[in-house]
Design a protein around this ligand. Structure first.
Ligand code: PLP
Length: 391
């Protein structure tokens, strides 16, 4: 067994994220029947609170699953085998969402883009305009591509769909954006939202959901994909309008507390805090890379820098996983690695969820020491982050 490391484990993964102590305590509960009145109140409060965070009033279907389960449930409930959808490419997660959808016979067209920039709206609009017969049933977008740290402007995607006068549904994956930076389901004309518990909502992994507006519910009624456990029609017939079978009660006690924390701080303050901590992280990365032979931002589109994660490209000839190993083994700090083709080339600092300045500075200081120990030339990033935070 590995020796215990003293002190706090610093968790800077881009999900899951730190769970506030009060949320942990709220989930420390004995079993109880899920039809008892006090749980029904908790469930209803969780659903109503989540609708407020989503800025929506529609249905929410919860699943005892992680984000992949919510992707699957969303696709089998909205589409039939042979239906075409347009996936906006740009990273590991859009690629994975496409692969999962294809397994259910959905024809996914990938709109290929430069992963370091994200989609160009003119290209999206042109593709939709070319689809004169309206074969494309949906446009799928990952709001925050957690692998690349490129955040997409969803209102611009809505505007491109509208400008092309295309009736496609608009689906957004908000797994690493909800509760971190601005998201408004209804005002932004989004028909279905895929979300998960383990990032901005500050909960353990294992509770995922789809928020579905009226156009999505209508599409669901026409869907012929095989489904059972995830079937929205069956869910809508139940008291919880979710689940088929036992309701997992524990995550909802946690969610009511995490939503209480979110509403106490205020969602707009949370967005501002994430922007500030992301700004400090970017100040550090920019200073580390100032030598020109050092690290750089993987995302090259400054207007699309993510406020929940920063993906850092290490220079040729260095191994990003060696930096992560130093962070983990020497300093007890966990960071995210490069996914698929980015493996070994990047590491990712998550700055989302329950986080403050000293926690972030601890991670950045450990990362700076790891750069030194791995002989990667770098400037004074922690100084730059502290300066950013004291302006
Ligand atoms: N979508 C995005 C944007 C993600 O960041 C993730 C996971 O990190 C997923 C989907 C997949 O979710 P999960 O790992 O919870 O199945």
């Amino acid at each position: 067994m590995a020796a215990r490391k003293p002190g706090r484990h610093f968790f800077a993964n881009p999900g899951p994220t730190n769970i506030p102590d009060s949320v942990l305590r709220a989930m420390d509960r004995p079993s109880q029947d899920f039809v008892e009145a006090d749980f029904l109140d908790v469930f209803d409060a969780a659903r109503a609170g989540l609708n407020r965070v989503l800025f929506s009033q529609g249905e929410i279907f919860f699943y005892a699953a992680t984000g992949h389960g919510a992707w699957e449930a969303t696709m089998v409930n909205l589409f039939s085998p042979g239906d075409a959808v347009l996936m906006i490419g740009g990273g590991y997660f859009s690629t994975a969402w496409a692969a999962l959808s294809r397994a259910f016979g959905i024809e996914v067209e990938m709109l290929e883009v430069d992963w370091r920039q994200g989609v160009e709206m003119a290209a999206l609009q042109a593709r939709l305009e070319a689809d004169r017969g309206h074969r494309i049933k949906a446009v799928c977008a990952v709001h925050n591509e957690t692998s690349t740290s490129v955040a997409l402007p969803l209102p611009e995607i809505r505007a491109a769909i509208d400008a092309a006068r295309h009736p496609a549904l608009f689906l957004a994956d908000t797994i690493s954006s909800l509760g971190c930076f601005e998201f408004r389901m209804e005002a932004w004309g989004i028909d279905a939202v895929v979300g998960g518990s383990q990032k901005g909502l500050m909960l353990p992994a294992g509770l995922a959901f789809t928020a579905a507006g009226p156009k999505a519910i209508a599409a669901h009624r026409a869907s012929k994909s095989p489904k059972f456990y995830f079937d929205w029609t069956a869910m809508m017939e139940r008291r919880f309008r979710s689940f088929t079978g036992t309701v997992p009660i524990v995550p909802f006690f946690g969610m009511v507390e995490s939503l209480r924390l979110i509403e106490e701080e205020g969602i707009e303050h949370i967005w501002a805090r994430h922007a500030r901590l992301a700004g400090a992280t970017r100040a550090a990365v920019a200073a580390w890379g100032a030598s020109n032979r050092g690290v750089e931002f993987y995302c090259q589109n400054t207007a699309r820098y993510s406020d929940s994660v920063t993906t850092i490209l290490v220079p040729e000839g260095f191994d990003a996983d060696a930096i992560r190993a130093t962070l983990r083994d020497k300093f007890n700090v966990s960071t995210g690695g490069g996914l698929a083709s980015l493996s070994g080339k990047v590491f990712r600092i998550g700055h989302m969820g329950d986080l403050n300045e000293p926690m972030l500075l601890g991670t950045l200081a450990a990362a700076e020491m790891a750069l030194t120990l791995n002989h990667i030339p770098h400037g004074k990033g922690v100084d730059a982050a502290m300066e950013f935070l004291t302006q």
